[in-house]
Design a protein around this ligand. Structure first.
Ligand code: NAD
Ligand code: MG
Length: 392
């Protein structure tokens, strides 16, 4: 029997999508590309399809055939086709590298169909919460994190039960504004926020790393993945991004996972775990690496962190509201319609206008997401009109 397992790469034209294809390229004896999906970039998807010749591709944000394409294979269109690809019984592994709430249906579909889901799209887990965990339990799906911190924790845990864990310590690079004085934040432009010191990533997560919203999403992600109370999840700033996280066990031993920052290692692990496959990456040399530095998180200067953790602690629909408002605010910031510091103001306004309720169903979350987006756009209109929040 062949050991080659088929993989669907959702969000293939993005940063994690591209890194996933590099991993698969290195291990043709283990993985093959069965389906590729993208949002709107037909030309980029076309080039990938020519290169990989998958069984089919899905252009999720488009309802019709793009003109001038090179690849003559099976093109499918629309988000329903993307959901079907996530649930395709012929494909045992799904990599969800979509951005934001848009990834939720695919996460639920893949887990409900009993797949191994290599999950980069943390927003879907954070927003879906117990709905996602229940889909995995009901469908027999396996949820393996791609996020480097959570991959590290999974590896450090080594299968030991949560009861043996005293706490986990997530590391954070601190983002581009780690050492900026808070009084300079008013001058932050999109290009400053997009200049991440250690990771090269898509725009949305890069801004989330600058506001520390990403770290709040990761705290909630750790809470859900590993069943840990929020009080047992700490965050420490580690600018070098070498130590990917740590687990402190109840006997006082702290175990960490280290490596040079590349997402290809956690992606590869998510595809092959618990087996470890070889690769040619530079190995970690403790002498060359120099000192490993750690700092406390400047919670008081990055309110998106506390707001996100508070949403996680509230539970129910609160993370969905936080996430939706953040998605709208980040887009507005990148388009020069909102100041960096006004991201948190907008998110806080929307969160306080929508008290959390228990999540009933996917349809319920879709309604909450839409309502939070609509209130965010309203608030954005008010802010721009009254405060002249337009970045030059
Ligand atoms: P990206 O913007 O580079 O790529 C996103 C991909 O998703 C693209 O292929 C795009 O076409 C597709 N897409 C976006 N919106 C869509 C929609 N509505 N419908 C269908 N397709 C859509 O993003 P990225 O940096 O690769 O991040 C992907 C996910 O992985 C995010 O959730 C991010 O938080 C997470 N993540 C990324 C990194 C990283 O290093 N980039 C690290 C950890 C976690
Ligand atoms: Mg991460």
């Amino acid at each position: 029997m062949s050991d080659v397992r088929s993989v669907a790469v959702l969000g293939a034209t993005g940063s994690i999508g591209g890194s996933t294809l590099n991993v698969i390229d290195r291990h043709p004896e283990r993985f093959r590309v069965a389906a590729l999906t993208a949002g709107r970039r037909a030309d980029a998807l076309d080039r990938l399809a020519v290169c990989w010749n998958p069984d089919y591709v899905v252009l999720a944000g488009v309802e019709d055939l793009p003109t001038g394409r090179q690849w003559g294979g099976d093109w499918r269109y629309g988000s329903e086709e993307m959901r079907l690809a996530a649930a395709d019984p012929a494909i045992p592994i799904v990599v969800n590298a979509l951005v934001g709430f848009a990834g939720l249906e695919s996460t639920l579909a893949a887990l409900g169909a009993g797949k191994r889901l290599a999950l980069a799209n943390k927003e879907s887990l954070v927003v879906g919460g117990h709905l996602v965990l229940e889909a995995a339990a009901a469908g027999g799906g396996e949820l393996i994190p791609v996020d480097s911190e959570h991959s590290a924790i999974l590896q450090c845990l080594g299968g030991r039960p949560t009861a043996e864990v005293h706490r986990v310590i997530l590391t954070a690079s601190g983002g581009p504004f780690r050492d900026w004085p808070a009084d300079r934040f008013a001058s932050i432009r999109p290009e400053d926020a997009l200049a991440h010191p250690t990771w090269s990533m898509g725009d949305k997560i890069t801004v989330d790393s600058a506001t520390l919203a990403n770290k709040a999403l990761e705290v909630i992600e750790a809470h859900l993945l590993f069943g840990l109370d929020f009080d047992r999840i700490d965050v420490v700033v580690h600018p070098g991004s070498i130590v990917h996280s740590m687990v402190e066990f109840r006997d006082g031993s702290t175990v960490s996972q280290l490596g040079h920052p590349t997402m290809e290692v956690p992606i590869q692990y998510a595809l092959s775990a618990p087996e470890r496959l070889p690769n040619e990456f530079r190995s970690f040399d403790p002498v060359d690496a120099g000192p490993l530095e750690f700092e406390r998180l400047r919670r008081e200067d990055f309110p998106m962190f506390e707001l996100g953790v508070a949403a996680g602690r509230s539970g129910g629909t609160a993370p969905a509201v936080y996430n939706a408002a953040n998605e709208v605010a980040v887009r507005a910031f990148l388009e020069g319609r909102l100041k960096f510091q006004a991201i948190a103001t907008l998110v806080e306004t929307v969160m306080s206008s929508m008290p959390q309720t228990p999540v009933e169903s996917l349809q319920h979350l879709v309604r909450v997401d839409a309502e939070a987006r609509s209130r965010s756009r309203e608030s954005l209109g008010t802010q721009s009109a009254t405060r002249g929040d337009r970045t030059p």
